[in-house]
Design a protein around this ligand. Structure first.
Ligand SMILES: *[C@@H]1O[C@H](CO)[C@@H](O)[C@H](O)[C@H]1NC(C)=O
Ligand SMILES: *[C@@H]1O[C@H](CO)[C@@H](O)[C@H](O)[C@H]1NC(C)=O
Ligand SMILES: *[C@@H]1O[C@H](CO)[C@@H](O)[C@H](O)[C@H]1NC(C)=O
Ligand SMILES: *[C@@H]1O[C@H](CO)[C@@H](O)[C@H](O)[C@H]1NC(C)=O
Ligand SMILES: *[C@@H]1O[C@H](CO)[C@@H](O)[C@H](O)[C@H]1NC(C)=O
Ligand SMILES: *[C@@H]1O[C@H](CO)[C@@H](O)[C@H](O)[C@H]1NC(C)=O
Length: 280
C-alpha cells in the first residue's frame, strides 16, 4: 500500500511531463537557430545566406517562407534539403555555380511560387526535375536565364517542356552555350532535326526489334517442327521400332562375338555386369 501511494503521484507527474512535451512538439515548431553565415528575420520569415563564399548549403536551415542563397558558389544542393522547408514560397539560388539538379527533390514544396536558378552553370534539366516543376501547384515563376545549356540530345525533354510550360520567365531568351554549332541558338527554336538524337537512340531499338523478329521466326520454326513430328507420329514410331530392332540385331551380333572372344573366368563376371545393367 505504501508503495502504491508513493508511486502514484510520481506516475502522474511523468504523465504530465510527457503530455507537456507532446504538446510542445505538436504546436508550432520552435524556430531553429540561425546558421552562422546567414541572417534570419523572424518577422519576414526570411533566411538569407549571402556571404558570397558558400560552397555548400548550411545544414539545418530553419523553416522559412523566403530563402535567399544567391551570389554564392554553390555547386550542388543536398538531395533532401527542402524536406524540412514545406512552407517555402520564394527560393533564390541565382548567381551560384549549380551544375546539376538531378538528385535534388523539390517534392513537397507545395507553396513554392518563385524559384530563381538564373546565372548558374546548369547544362540540362532532366525529366525527373521537370516532372517535379510541373507538379508543384503554386510554382509560377522559374528563372533559368544565363545558364550553360548544352544543346545535345539530352536537352530534348527540356525544350519540349519549355514549349508547353508557362512557368518559365523569359523563356525566349534562353540560349545554347554548347556545342559550337548551336551556340546562341534559342532553346525554343530547337526542333528535333537540329539534335542528332535519332542515330544513337534508334540503333538499340532497331537491334531490339530485330531480336524480337528473330525470336518470333525461331518460335514459328519450332512450332512447325513440332507439328510435323505430331502429324508423323505413327511413321516415327515405326521408324523408332525399326531402329531399335536394328540396334538389337547389332548388339546380339556383338554379344555373340564377345562370348567367343572372352575366356570363361572373365565371362561370368561380364555376364553378372550385363544382368545388373538390365536390372537397373
Ligand atoms: C570570401 O573568401 C575570400 C577568399 O576566398 C575572402 O577574402 C573574403 O573575405 C570572403 N568573404 C566573406 C564575406 O567571407
Ligand atoms: C555573383 O556573385 C558573386 C559572388 O559569388 C558577386 O561577386 C557578383 O557580384 C554576383 N553577380 C551578380 C550579377 O550579382
Ligand atoms: C546522385 O546520387 C547518386 C547516388 O546517390 C550519386 O552516385 C551521384 O554522384 C549523384 N549525382 C549528383 C550529380 O549529385
Ligand atoms: C521524358 O518524359 C516524356 C513525357 O513526359 C517522355 O516522352 C520522354 O521519353 C521522357 N524522356 C526520357 C529521357 O525518359
Ligand atoms: C527545324 O529548324 C530548321 C532551322 O533551324 C528549319 O530549317 C527546319 O525546317 C525545322 N524543321 C522542322 C520540322 O520544323
Ligand atoms: C548531325 O549529324 C550530321 C551527320 O551525322 C552532321 O553533319 C550534323 O552536323 C550533326 N548536327 C548536329 C547539330 O550536331
Amino acid at each position: 500500500f505504501r508503495n502504491y501511494f508513493l508511486l502514484r503521484p510520481r506516475g502522474a507527474l511523468c504523465l504530465g511531463l510527457l503530455l507537456l512535451v507532446l504538446l510542445r512538439c505538436g504546436s508550432a515548431q520552435p524556430p531553429g537557430p540561425c546558421p552562422a553565415p546567414c541572417e534570419c528575420s523572424e518577422a519576414a520569415e526570411t533566411v538569407k545566406c549571402a556571404n558570397g563564399n558558400l560552397t555548400e548549403v548550411p545544414p539545418d536551415l530553419p523553416p522559412s517562407v523566403r530563402l535567399e542563397l544567391a551570389d554564392n558558389g554553390l555547386l550542388l544542393l543536398p538531395a533532401g534539403m527542402f524536406a524540412s522547408l514545406p512552407g517555402l514560397r520564394y527560393l533564390d539560388l541565382s548567381n551560384n555555380s549549380l551544375v546539376d539538379l538531378r538528385n535534388v527533390s523539390f517534392r513537397g514544396l507545395r507553396r513554392l511560387q518563385s524559384l530563381d536558378l538564373s546565372d548558374n552553370s546548369l547544362s540540362v534539366l532532366r525529366n525527373g526535375t521537370l516532372a517535379q516543376f510541373r507538379s508543384l501547384p503554386a510554382l509560377r515563376r522559374i528563372g533559368l536565364g544565363r545558364n550553360a545549356w548544352v544543346c545535345d540530345c539530352a536537352i530534348e525533354d527540356l525544350v519540349s517542356w519549355l514549349k508547353e510550360s508557362d512557368q518559365v520567365e523569359g523563356k525566349e531568351a534562353l540560349k545554347c552555350s554548347y556545342p559550337e554549332k548551336m551556340l546562341g541558338k534559342a532553346l525554343l527554336k530547337i526542333n528535333s532535326s537540329d539534335l542528332n538524337c535519332s542515330v544513337p537512340l534508334d540503333l538499340p531499338s532497331q537491334l531490339q526489334t530485330s531480336y524480337v523478329f528473330l525470336g518470333i521466326v525461331l518460335a514459328l520454326i519450332g512450332a512447325i517442327f513440332l507439328l510435323v513430328l505430331y502429324l508423323n507420329r505413327k511413321g516415327i514410331k515405326k521408324w523408332m521400332h525399326n531402329i531399335r530392332d536394328a540396334c538389337r540385331d547389332h548388339m546380339e551380333g556383338y554379344h555373340y562375338r564377345y562370348e567367343i572372344n572372352a575366356d570363361p573366368s572373365q565371362q561370368s563376371s561380364a555376364d553378372a555386369e550385363v544382368t545388373i545393367m538390365l536390372a537397373s
